[in-house]
Design a protein around this ligand. Structure first.
Ligand code: SAH
Length: 228
């Protein structure tokens, strides 16, 4: 390849990256902050993580629209506002260890990993889990650990966690997740029937007491269980 063609490709690449950055800033400022997200660490992370690298190639042009997008196997990458909201609601701190159930594309894990010390994430569909692990490694996120498994059981070896984020709608809170939560920790989870009547819930563990709070209506893909 001649030097001038190579230069031209590099220029186009830089131009495209710049245009994605601009769109990302617009998305964060005009949708995410506009709708009330205030945590500076969350805002910074949403501006940093390149969502266009987490969506299938044929949908890259929609990567910075504030909506979920298909990622294959009937699953979706969540809407950016919801990702920001769920991240803010656990009140993430730099020293936190967070468990995510439903790795999907790995986007939510990346948003968390920019803020907290360690992220553990579980995906039930092997193809998605393996692709996300490879993507996150390529992007240099060495504080994210991906496991292909049924997230119902959590990831006991690395617990207890400061917070747990579940990104698929369950009919009830899996008891192992409550067990693996630290004292004073938070779980954010959509509860309800598949694709309808779901509520995003915030669970807090205070002593022997568990408090629950409804946050907002949401639509998530279903939390599935491994067939024996
Ligand atoms: N957090 C993801 C969103 C993925 S959608 C992202 O940022 O892209 C929810 C994901 O949860 C799907 O990939 C689905 O396969 C997965 N899932 C559903 N039930 C699960 C379970 N029991 N354990 C682990 N993952 C599960």
């Amino acid at each position: 390849m001649s030097a001038s063609i190579l230069l031209c490709i590099m220029f186009l690449f830089a131009f495209q990256e710049d245009s994605f950055k601009k769109k990302r800033e617009e998305l964060v400022e005009q949708h995410i902050m506009q709708r009330g997200i205030k945590d500076q660490a969350v805002i910074r992370s949403m501006k940093n993580v390149k969502r266009h690298l987490f969506v299938p190639e044929n949908n890259v042009s929609n990567a910075y629209a504030d909506r979920p997008l298909p990622i294959g196997y009937g699953q979706t990458i969540s809407q950016p506002f919801i990702v920001a909201y769920m991240t803010e609601v656990i009140n993430p701190k730099p020293e936190y260890k967070v468990l995510e159930i439903g790795t999907g594309s790995g986007y939510q894990a990346a948003v968390l990993a920019e803020i907290v010390k360690e992220v553990y994430t579980i995906e039930i569909i092997p193809e998605l889990g393996n692709a996300a692990a490879a993507r996150l490694k390529k992007l240099g996120y060495n504080n994210i650990n991906v496991k292909v498994s049924d997230g119902y059981f959590g990831w006991k070896e690395h617990g207890p966690y400061d917070a747990i984020i579940v990104t698929a709608a369950a009919e009830f809170i899996p008891p192992p997740l409550i067990e693996q939560l630290k004292e004073g920790g938070k779980i954010v989870i959509p509860i309800g029937s598949p694709f309808m009547n779901q509520t995003l819930m915030l669970i807090e563990k205070k002593g022997k007491k568990i408090t629950t709070k409804s946050l907002m209506p949401v639509v998530f893909v279903p939390f599935t269980r491994k067939k024996e």
